[in-house]
Design a protein around this ligand. Structure first.
Ligand code: NAI
Ligand code: MG
Length: 337
């Protein structure tokens, strides 16, 4: 049975890497029926807006999308497409795995998943200036919002995911010693949610600054991490750095009615159209999408073949090799067959 899904090739290197990903997915019989839609600059050129209603309707209908990087239009007054998609589809969980795939880095065997609350916290946009003396911008004030329900659903997602993937431990990251209410509500709710998983998934908690240090010292002590929006934003990039940088990092934005999978990197205009982009992050995003729809076996095959290919002589330019995007995909497909 085939699964309808929205495909947004995106801007810059987007179409090149998407093309490679679609071919690799075909090689494992992933079974997605792609509905190709526009987003970003490509959509502005065709429809006059970065997120056309046809694209939104397709994601709403399918509940599943693979999205290429989108160039953020500057000076056009449009909101960030990524922020707009999160809000539109209530995508409350941002999932960022950190998996060692290219050997030779500081750590050989990182395999952890960070789940970040995606809609609340300090990123709700509640900021204002206050006059101090004759300086109208003499003080800046930002408010954060964390709700018990908003915390509960992302915590549930993290514990469910841990149980589903056979992971042993969820580490709840907070700063409840200082932000006693704002992040205390998250920690308190975590203890309630964890009680429902007793005997299946263990919970512990860390203060965010200590966690940042421990990640660098010994990432193997972590399994699944769940945290609030801003802490998650920062720690997820730290984790990407531990496994070789943003160029190898996938992400998923997940809600109850839709899930959107993407590479963490942007549209790389400096190398667009040259056929040299590394499709790895987008391929790992596609593997997450397979995990999400219960096709873990196919996802695992892709990750394994990707690891073998990246550690052979087939490397794209960003990793010091000379293999082009299409040739890399071909090598990967040969391993999968
Ligand atoms: P970028 O990630 O596009 O590029 C940074 C550097 O990494 C460049 O030198 C680029 O060539 C390289 N790079 C990125 N992905 C690569 C890949 N797959 N293979 C090989 N090299 C790769 O970040 P930048 O230049 O800051 O942003 C470019 C555009 O992308 C901007 O309009 C930005 O707003 C947008 N962007 C979109 C994102 C999204 O849609 N999720 C995320 C980040 C940026
Ligand atoms: Mg970030």
């Amino acid at each position: 049975s085939r699964l309808p899904a929205t495909l947004i090739p995106g801007d810059g290197i987007g179409p090149e890497i998407t093309d490679a990903v679609v071919r690799v997915l075909d090689a494992v019989d992933a079974g997605f029926d792609w509905d190709v839609q526009l987003g970003g600059m490509a959509a502005i050129e065709a429809h006059g807006e970065p997120l056309p209603k046809e694209t939104l309707a397709s994601i709403r209908q399918n509940g599943l999308a693979l999205k290429g990087p989108l160039t953020t239009p500057i000076g056009t007054g449009f909101r960030s497409v990524n922020v707009q998609l999160r809000a539109e589809f209530d995508l409350y969980a941002n999932v960022r795995p950190g998996l060692t795939i290219v050997r030779g880095g500081r750590y050989e065997d990182i395999d952890l998943i960070l789940v970040r609350e995606n809609l609340e916290g300090f990123y709700v946009g509640l900021e204002h200036y206050v006059r101090v003396g004759d300086d109208p911008h003499g003080m800046a004030i930002a408010s954060g919002i964390n709700t018990r329900e908003g915390s509960r659903r992302v915590l549930r997602y993290a514990f469910d995911m841990a149980a589903r993937l056979g992971r042993k431990k969820v580490t709840v990251v907070h700063k409840a010693n200082i932000l006693k209410m704002l992040t205390g509500i998250f920690l308190e709710t975590a203890r309630e949610v964890a009680a429902d998983y007793a005997g299946r998934v263990e919970m512990d908690d860390r203060i965010v600054d200590a966690c940042a240090m421990q990640l660098v010292l010994d990432p193997s002590q972590f399994d699944v991490i769940v945290t609030t929006n801003m802490f998650g934003d920062i720690l997820s990039d730290e984790i990407a750095g531990l496994v070789g940088g943003l160029g190898l990092a996938p992400g998923a934005n997940i809600g109850d009615k839709a899930a959107i999978f993407e590479a963490v990197h942007g549209s790389a205009p400096d190398i667009a159209g040259k056929g040299v982009a590394n499709p790895t992050a987008m391929l790992l995003a596609a593997a997450l999408m397979l995990d999400h729809v219960g096709q873990n076996e196919k996802a695992t095959r892709i990750r394994a073949a990707l690891g073998e290919t990246l550690n052979s002589d087939k490397k794209t330019r960003d990793l010091g090799g000379t293999t082009g995007t299409a040739e890399f995909a071909e090598a990967l497909i040969n391993r999968l067959r």
